[in-house]
Ligand binder design. Sequence first.
Ligand code: PGA
Length: 258
Amino acid sequence: MRIPIIAGNWKMHKTPAQAADFTRALLPELASLDAAERVLCPPYLAIPAVAEALASHKGTTVKLGAQNVHTDLQGAFTGSISAPMLREMVEYVIVGHSEVRQYQGDTDAQINRKVKILLDHALKPILAVGESLAQRQAGQAETVVRDQIRADLEGVSADKLERIVVAYEPIWAIGTGLSATSAQANDIIGAIRHTLTELYGASVAQTVRIQYGGSVKPDNMREFMSQSEIDGALVGGASLNVADFVALVRLAIEAKNL
Ligand code: PGA
């Protein structure tokens, strides 16, 4: 049984004070909804504020994540944050997000390096993959995503795979209000699991959690979570609202009969 994981990717939203207020309002609502793993990924600058809000809410199992990491461990990289820095603050780190691939030029080789650095520093990567609209229209969605998985996980050993979460996020569905259908998402996620099976064998591949991301909202969450291959969601917009985030977690738990 794979425990569902709902991660909120706040992107460049919320100041440290806003992030702390949000977290303090959210935690009591999530207290009884702990059958799913819940992760908050604030902007770097708000991580300490969210960490403090988590620490002062006794007994919470809500986890903290970051939205990116640099490929090097230290050095002259103005504006960057490294794995050793994150290790003191967070458990999860998103890598390979399409916005970072697009606006910061991350290649699969760099993403592969980031995945390995995170694993070496006891951090858990949330590895995002997904095709563009043009690639989907050309019938290449599955090939593109399978190639990304192979390249991004190159040289990662099977014993480390259980610490990786994969997020399938079709680029055309992110922040557009256009979500994939649950069947489209389940198909590609099944193809990702098939690729993991080819690389690592079925018993390992069956343990890896694979999320869907792209315009996930309370309205469509049940539908996605009812699909057998989908183990959670990576959520942007809807994770910025307390009631929506709580509803997403509740719907995941209900859909998986937990
Ligand atoms: P969205 O973003 O939920 O706002 O579409 C998802 C993501 O980019 O992770």
